[in-house]
Design a protein around this ligand. Structure first.
Ligand SMILES: *Cc1c(COP(=O)(O)O)cnc(C)c1O
Length: 368
């Protein structure tokens, strides 16, 4: 699905030198590389505060802790996303409220959010799925109307621009706070685990900087219950090298996506991803109609073409997140998408020959 080796080869000298410098420095945790990466990412995103942490799941949890959400508070998020989003809500004793998504861009359905709001609702977590922003103007308007926090799960859309009413903004800088992941296969990935929280709110940033460090604001004074969640200096060094290339990486993904689009343009039972605005293609996800999706996946695998089904089971149907308040009729779109979606290889190193082979095999299967 991804070619991390090919990408590494192109930045190997720079990355190896930076990693060796970190090893020599012995500043393995919270060293200068972490601080520099933080500042460079703040400048790139145009956000006041980036707080690095250990992974994207922690980032979401810490963002919610920073907002002071309390057990019983309801948090609305999408039914069609990676489980991390709902997991941290449940872990904190908050009440997850899953809602349906849009059939075209796979992002959270605004009307469904509005329907789910109760007096206990405290926050909305839009997930910018597969590399494209949720309808943030509408999410922010709803949040304002009902006095709710907005936590953007930006693990899949770093670098995407959102054309909001108030101008162009980077994904993850629009809500009250955002989280991201630097898992190796993400658009900005390191060579291990990593994550970060973004916010423009000075007070919230201060609170969060203490939470990630055992609730300490002064050494050995623990004012709040915190966690231990750090980005290490080796990962920061890798991320500094890759951040310089992020725009190029995202362009390479878009260019591959356009070639896929062109190849499928006249294939009736294959629906290519909708682009509502700027899409950075963390995944290139097709919908197939009147096709046995699982058989297609098997056929691609038999031809040595990796593919993925993100996501095969709606969160509301997962044992861990089942809730008697949910009705199947609340999730018609997610229930349909799980049968139709298939993601093709998407990364920065795809060449024309690979795209031609992949698309020809998909077309061979769906037109036979
Ligand atoms: C990857 C991902 C996460 C979690 O990130 P980790 O770094 O793996 O903890 C959270 N939400 C979404 C939507 C993701 O894709």
């Amino acid at each position: 699905m991804v070619d991390l080796k090919g990408q590494y080869e192109k930045i190997k000298d720079q990355v190896n030198t930076s990693i060796l410098n970190v090893l020599d420095s012995t500043a393995y945790i919270n060293g200068p590389e972490v601080k520099k990466f933080q500042e460079e990412l703040e400048a790139y995103l145009g956000v006041k505060h980036v707080i690095p942490c250990a992974n994207g799941t922690d980032a979401l949890q810490i963002a919610m802790m920073g907002l002071g959400l309390k057990p019983g508070d309801e948090v609305i998020t999408a039914d069609f996303t990676f489980a991390a989003t709902v997991e941290v809500i449940a872990l904190l004793g908050l009440t997850p409220v899953l809602v349906d998504v849009n059939p075209d861009d796979f992002n959270i359905d605004i009307a469904a959010i509005e329907k789910a709001i109760t007096p206990n609702t405290k926050a909305i977590v839009p997930v910018h799925l597969f590399g494209q922003c949720a309808n943030m103007d509408a999410v922010m308007a709803l949040a304002k109307k009902h006095d709710l926090f907005v936590i953007e799960d930006n693990a899949q859309a770093i670098g995407a621009n959102y054309a909001s009413k108030s101008g162009q903004q980077k994904a993850g800088t629009i809500g009250h706070v955002a989280s991201t992941s630097f898992f190796p296969s993400k658009n900005l990935g390191c060579y291990g685990d990593g994550g970060a929280i973004f916010t423009n709110d000075d007070a919230l940033a201060h609170t969060i900087r203490g939470i990630v460090n055992h609730g300490m604001y002064k050494r050995y004074h623990h004012d709040v219950v915190g966690v231990n969640s750090r980005l290490d200096s080796v990962q920061a060094a890798v991320l500094r090298a890759k951040l310089k290339n992020l725009e190029d990486y995202n362009s390479a993904r878009q260019s591959a996506a356009s070639k896929y689009d062109a190849a499928f343009a006249s294939v009736k039972n294959v629906i290519t991803p909708v682009r509502n605005g700027h899409h950075v293609f963390h995944q290139y996800t097709l919908k197939v109609k009147n096709v046995d999706r699982d058989a297609l996946a098997q056929f691609l695998n038999d031809n040595n073409i990796p593919c993925g089904v993100y996501y095969p089971i709606p969160l509301h149907s997962q044992k861990a997140y089942a809730d008697s308040r949910y009705n199947e009729s609340d999730f018609p779109v997610t229930n349909q998408l799980i049968k139709e979606v298939i993601s093709l290889p998407m990364h920065t190193e795809l060449d024309d020959e690979q795209i031609k082979f992949i698309t020809s095999k998909v077309i061979e299967f769906v037109t036979k």
